[in-house]
Design a protein around this ligand. Structure first.
Ligand code: NAD
Length: 417
């Protein structure tokens, strides 16, 4: 994976690019480029053999002008303070672009979860929840899943918080399992917004998604669901990958069968009737649609010159470096940005929080209908901004919409000395 860019610097550059199209004071923009606060802590956790291991952990609360901080918690050995800051900033603009009443936050623990038992992971999660307790809350900061975390970790964190607070507060965290106050449709939400963005993008560009060829990098929650739902639109998913590498069949893959194979064997590699590919080869395949759904910085400026897809819909956060963005804009490749395309996760997290607060739960059909309305409205607003501001690409247009909304909330609150 390319390591050209520090993700926090990428975020700041994206904000500067969009600010050039807005009439906003420099001090306000500067404020929007930096987190309000970052918690950095060490978790001392007992391992199964009785030893104690220390894990570095972070929570960045980037901006709360439009509502409580909101964003996932990532477990990954590559987590850094700057990565968490960047991810928390992207959450601010993601919530703003789809117009849900949240600010942005993000958390992470430096850990490779594959190396630990379930009991150890539970103790790590509960230890982090204890450190987070003074910072989070239903109206303050609401974590969610991200890379290598899911319903299990959310349930542990909720349970720890509720035990320490001596209350019931399902809305303190989202992405929970259904019996713990989760929402129908949450697991599929990120991939669903990626599919909806791809569908609207093809429509806008006057292209047919039926029969279009598609490559998907990353076959986790975001990538596999996006692949499945895009296949359901009649597209031909010809290549997918995970950290073990990629597989390719020009005739198309059965995305559900590939997922079953990955569940059985731990990776997509070796699936029947496929050629193996490196991730770099997958990213430069000659396809109509490329969906990066792994981690940041998957495509840098050099690789962008070799990308042959016509359309990119970003399921991952920050998969293109700013240099890659410049190259792809210059080459006329249409990039539909992460802050719209993967916003389904946080949008259905918002629906989950609303349901938790009302103690009234929706059907999956209602969740999916409401999500579709939010994503299609946001897509239309983005396209209007793209056409009316003369922005060079859809990412800058998305930031123009999002920054203006945050600025409106900030400036209309008046000045507090
Ligand atoms: P996940 O852990 O479920 O899946 C990540 C996938 O990426 C795995 O298949 C992994 O093998 C693969 N991967 C890791 N390194 C790779 C590499 N170098 N090359 C190819 N594949 C690689 O995580 P996820 O929840 O699907 O998240 C993926 C991306 O989507 C992240 O950027 C995350 O921030 C973003 N995202 C997720 C959600 C959500 O609700 N899950 C919401 C918004 C954004």
């Amino acid at each position: 994976m390319a390591q050209e860019a520090n993700p926090f610097e990428s975020l700041q550059e994206q904000i500067d690019d969009a600010a050039a199209y807005l009439d906003v004071r420099d001090d306000v923009i500067e404020r929007l480029k930096n987190p309000e606060r970052v918690l950095e802590t060490n978790l001392s956790v007992e391992m199964d053999d009785g030893s104690i291991e220390l894990f570095r952990a972070y929570r960045s609360q980037f901006n709360g002008d439009r509502g409580p901080y909101k964003g996932g918690i990532r477990y990954h050995p590559g987590v850094t303070r700057d990565e968490v800051k960047a991810l928390s900033g992207w959450m601010v603009y993601k919530c703003a672009v789809v117009d849900i009443p949240y600010g942005g936050g993000k958390g992470g623990i430096v850990i490779d979860p594959k190396e630990y038992s379930e009991g150890e992971l539970e103790r790590v999660s509960r230890s982090f929840a204890k450190e987070l307790r003074p910072f989070i809350g239903v109206d303050r900061d609401i974590p969610a899943p991200d890379v290598n975390t899911g319903q299990r970790e959310m349930n542990w964190i909720k349970d720890t918080y509720e035990t320490l607070e001596n209350t019931t507060a399902p809305g303190v965290i989202t992405g929970k399992a259904l019996p713990n106050g989760g929402s129908e449709g949450r697991v599929e939400a990120t991939g669903r917004s990626t599919m909806l963005t791809a569908r609207e993008a093809f429509k806008y560009l006057d292209r047919d998604i039926e029969g279009a060829t598609v490559a998907v990098q990353g076959y986790g929650n975001a990538g596999w669901i996006a692949a499945k739902l895009i296949e359901d639109l009649g597209a031909n998913v010809v290549a997918v990958s995970d950290s073990s590498g990629g597989i390719y069949n020009p005739e198309g893959l059965d995305t559900r069968a590939v997922k079953d194979f990955k569940n059985e064997t731990g990776s997509v590699s070796g699936y029947e009737d496929t050629e193996s590919l490196t991730n770099e080869e997958l990213l430069t395949l000659d396809v109509d649609l490329l969906v990066p759904a792994a981690l940041e910085n998957a495509i840098d400026g050099d690789l962008a010159r070799d990308v042959r897809a016509d359309i990119i819909v970003e399921a991952a956060n920050g998969p293109l470096t700013p240099r890659a963005d410049d190259v792809l804009t210059e080459r006329g490749v249409h990039v539909f940005p992460d802050i719209l395309a993967n916003a389904g996760g946080v949008t259905v997290s918002y629906f989950e929080w609303v349901q938790n607060r009302q103690r009234f739960y929706w059907t999956e059909e209602r969740v999916n209908d409401e999500l579709e309305r939010v994503i299609v409205d946001a897509f239309d607003t983005l396209v209007d901004a793209y056409e009316s501001h003369g922005a060079p690409n859809f990412r800058t247009a998305a930031y123009v919409v999002a920054i203006q909304r945050v600025v409106n909330a900030y400036t209309s609150s008046g000045n507090w000395p």
